[in-house]
Design a protein around this ligand. Sequence first.
Ligand SMILES: N[C@@H](CCC(=O)N[C@@H](CS)C(=O)NCC(=O)O)C(=O)O
Length: 226
Amino acid sequence: MTLKIYGTPMSPFVRKVRACMHEKGLDYEIDPVSPFDPPEGWRTLSPLGRVPVLRDTDVGTEGADGTLSDSSAICVYLERIAPQPPLYPADPFQHARACWLEEFADTELAVRIGFGILRTVIAAPLNGEAADWETAEATVREKLPRSFAYLEGQLDDGVEFLCGDALSIADIAITAQLIGFRHAGFQIDTATYPKLHIWLERMLGRRSIASLVAEDRERLGEHSRL
Ligand SMILES: N[C@@H](CCC(=O)N[C@@H](CS)C(=O)NCC(=O)O)C(=O)O
């Protein structure tokens, strides 16, 4: 089986898929397509023009054959082709809850952190533009507290994971987005969100995630404050 991810490793959605692959011990190739400067014919693989896209070359090697163009669809596929370790809880309610928290990460956190922080203080200076710390700080002060309070409430006292007693797609999807927040040098306030803070630090220490953060750091250089 040859699995290929198309998408820049700096995308939180690419990071989410890669973390799942690392957890499952799957080998893959990566083609660092930028959705903002894509190769010709990109919309054949990605109808919405986004990354990541996964290709399973056992299924198809040309055009859209064997491709999936959404991180959530890709992660479901990975679970089916490599069931161990499971990243979707067996319990029906926890399974659905994990999918909801994944959705929360992919929409709410992605928009807040993507537009408010990644674009303003990570991507802008990398593209030779001035960083907009005012917008980033306003995002942290005014936009993120509601999300963080919600996530704090989703973590039971002393538990290691968001859904049940094992790592799930919920932990991975939320971490993939929060890494951007941490690259900008922000911290989850320990006094206000103690469980979320501990949970995130633990997630960042997992081998599957730590290797991705190390790669990011190398790529971002002085632009990573994590
Ligand atoms: N729902 C998609 C979202 C992917 C997404 O928004 N990716 C961003 C990069 S982080 C992108 O390609 N943006 C380009 C655009 O929206 O035009 C998924 O889960 O894969």
